[in-house]
Design a protein around this ligand. Structure first.
Ligand code: ZN
Length: 287
């Protein structure tokens, strides 16, 4: 099942088109994706009823070129980001791989959806392709073995980063440098885990203006999705619609030789196997 936010309303991606969840359920399910995530079984039943013919993955991907899709959850109660969660990325950043998950946040007003316009706020505005976990049932003290049961699905994200602000503190404080407007695009939709054969091993890539800079697999994570979900839940209660940015593979701008950053006009294309393609464009700050 694929759940999209079309003009701010929960929609199912079916038969090459979008179907409004609230209308198709005759008002039983919400227009809000976040509210529906705690009722995934009902949403699944609706999806099964509506699903007619098989839709090829290629047709679905093409829809994202034409349609305005908002961030998959526009009002999560919590957003978590995990830093340095791929070994080679820690190396290119000149930082040690963490022994426990390194957690920071992206403030909620940084979220955006498909075709996000990313302001180039500094000379070191950088890209980070990331798998984004969308929490379903959530909870506390979730063990690693059942962690994926608490997850509704995955989406494609970018943890856009202003490296100057990220590293400005005496001890680096990541959250502000990752929270400029539109620095958290997530899309094109939520793909539920039943659609994903190997949820912990997906190809992930990022191209900037046609050049592929990141090309990796999520199995290279230091801490797997299950470990991250379990770890977070030992401290905080995970709630339906919470988002977890799970870290970037190597190949960010900072890691190029010489370093290379976004400039206005760049297209950023982020792809994760089975989850679709997220398109963003860098624009001049203040434009
Ligand atoms: Zn990141």
């Amino acid at each position: 099942m694929r759940i999209a936010s079309l003009n701010g309303r929960a929609s199912l991606v079916i038969s090459g088109g979008f179907i409004d969840v609230h209308e198709a359920s005759e008002g039983k399910l919400s227009t809000s994706i976040r509210e529906n995530l705690s009722r995934l079984d009902e949403l699944r039943a609706l999806n099964a009823t509506l699903e007619g013919t098989n839709v090829s993955a290629d047709d679905i991907a093409e829809l994202s070129n034409d349609e305005r899709l908002d961030v998959v959850v526009d009002s999560p109660q919590q957003i978590f980001c995990v830093g340095l969660n791929y070994r080679e990325h820690a190396v290119e950043m000149g930082l040690a791989s963490p022994k426990a998950p390194m957690v920071f946040t992206k403030f909620v007003s940084a979220l955006s959806g498909q075709h996000a316009l990313i302001p180039v706020v500094s000379e070191q505005t950088d890209w980070e392709a990331e798998l984004v976990v969308v929490i379903g049932s959530g909870g506390r003290n979730i063990d690693k073995e059942s962690a994926l049961d608490a997850v509704a699905g995955f989406a494609v994200g970018q943890d856009v980063s202003d490296r100057i602000l990220q590293m400005a503190g005496t001890n680096a404080q990541f959250s502000m440098g990752k929270s400029w407007p539109n620095f958290g695009p997530v899309g094109p939709w939520i793909t539920t885990l039943d659609e994903i054969a190997h949820p912990e091993d997906l190809a992930i890539s990022c191209a900037v203006s046609g050049t592929m800079y990141q090309d990796s697999r999520t199995s290279d994570m230091v801490f797997s999705v299950s470990e991250i979900v379990s770890y977070l839940s030992t401290v905080v209660e995970l709630r339906p619609g919470d988002l977890i940015f799970t870290g970037s593979p190597h190949g960010v701008g900072q890691g190029q030789n010489p370093p290379l950053f976004l400039k206005p006009g760049d297209n950023i294309t982020t792809t994760i196997e089975g989850l679709g393609i997220l398109y963003c464009e860098a624009v001049a700050a203040g434009s």
